[in-house]
Design a protein around this ligand. Sequence first.
Ligand SMILES: [Zn+2]
Length: 489
Amino acid sequence: MFDVDVMMPGLVELVARMEVVNQEVLRVTPVFRALEHFAAALRYVSDKDFYHKSRTSTKITTFWSHSWHGGRWKKILTVVSLYNGPAAVSLAFLTGLLMMVLFSFGALPGINRGWWVSHWEWSCWSTSSGLVVASVVLTCWRSQTRVFLDRICISQNDDRLKSEAILSLAGLLKNSDSMLVLWDPTWTERLWCLFELAAFLKSKTTQKQRLVVRPIFLGPLSIAIYLMLFALALPITIAPMEHADAVVELLVAMSLSFLVVAFPTASTVRSYFRDLDTMKKQLSSISVDSTRSSCCEQNHELPSGGRILCDRKIVKECVKIWFGSEQSFENAVRTEVLDLLNRDLTEKVFSTPWALGVTSPLFLAFMDVSASMAIAPDDQQPFLALLVEGLVLWLCYVPPTKDLMILLVRVGRKRPRSTCLEILKNALVLGAGASPVLVMLLTYGLTRLAEPDHALRRAGIFAGCTMVLVVCNFLLGLGLKALLRRPGW
Ligand SMILES: [Zn+2]
């Protein structure tokens, strides 16, 4: 098909100039088209052509860098949560707010749960409508963000277009506003993935571009935590509680649904931090020759017998021109790229907006309970007090507690030899991680005893106690960070 050695000098110059060989290959697709038919374009390994879903453009908003050898469904759910998640969470929140206002003014009927005062009407509108809106938006939102996805934007049937697109890779990156790395442990082993990152870093020097690195387990994890918190919030607002036993049953059911998600979460996040340890080892001794590439795995032969270009040869020649020598490229990967990946994957993945988004169902439950109080013939303003408590809990306590939990999991990431000990260690890490939640529940319960006749003052005391706990969590976090800096941790 190609005489590789004859073509090489011409090709190298094209790639090294970081320009697009042919404007036809600078293509984009809206995110929703990549997710059509249960994200067919991200699932198929065959040469099925999705080229018709893309169109030419002058600019790429986000270049997706991913490995075809990691978990497909994890990757799809991560794309869904990254592109549809913010809309789902915000619209669910706004719907919850609207329902709270409508119920407070008596525009919506309530349910009688058989406790407090007889015939008391409770609201369940914010939580239940929030769940419906979040589910619909998460699955049906049509994100128009223009991305470059190899399977859609590179022709799989036309060899000329395919070669031109591969040769234009650096040019495509130069025309991208940002690059999203959908990271899994196989990403770091692939020649093309590292080459894409190197090309991105090289092209970055000329213009302002953003690099976002997200591990592919983040999507399923975020969706699981979000749904688990709805599973906790819904019974708070709808479960009938005629007698004391019903309250105990409710608490048991809620604890179980918490454990069902929390146990695998602790295990997954621990294994993620172990993967990062492996990545550091891999990258600190990486060489172009040790990376994996599908062309070499196929022995540069097509099933039909034709030859295929060796990516490694092109990559080697390009990095020589961009970085001076293969050695300095490898040094850049071992230092600059490793630092960047390590920092983003450790510190930026579990961000504050992420934590507030996945825990927003908790605040929806507060909206419902406080809306139920709005019609109470009570001048203590329990309605306002509950909203203040919910906000303090959600905005002030959740972010620092999340940081502390992640640090606890990092400290306990190492895997013992036996499976029994591993299960025990998961339970230990989970217990340590859950303790800030238990401390908070206890604080909330105890502050109920203060100022029995003044709800707003009680909320003020609760806010004060929360701030003390936030400081304690922060100090504990500093201690754990210092521990993690010690060799062997
Ligand atoms: Zn090869």
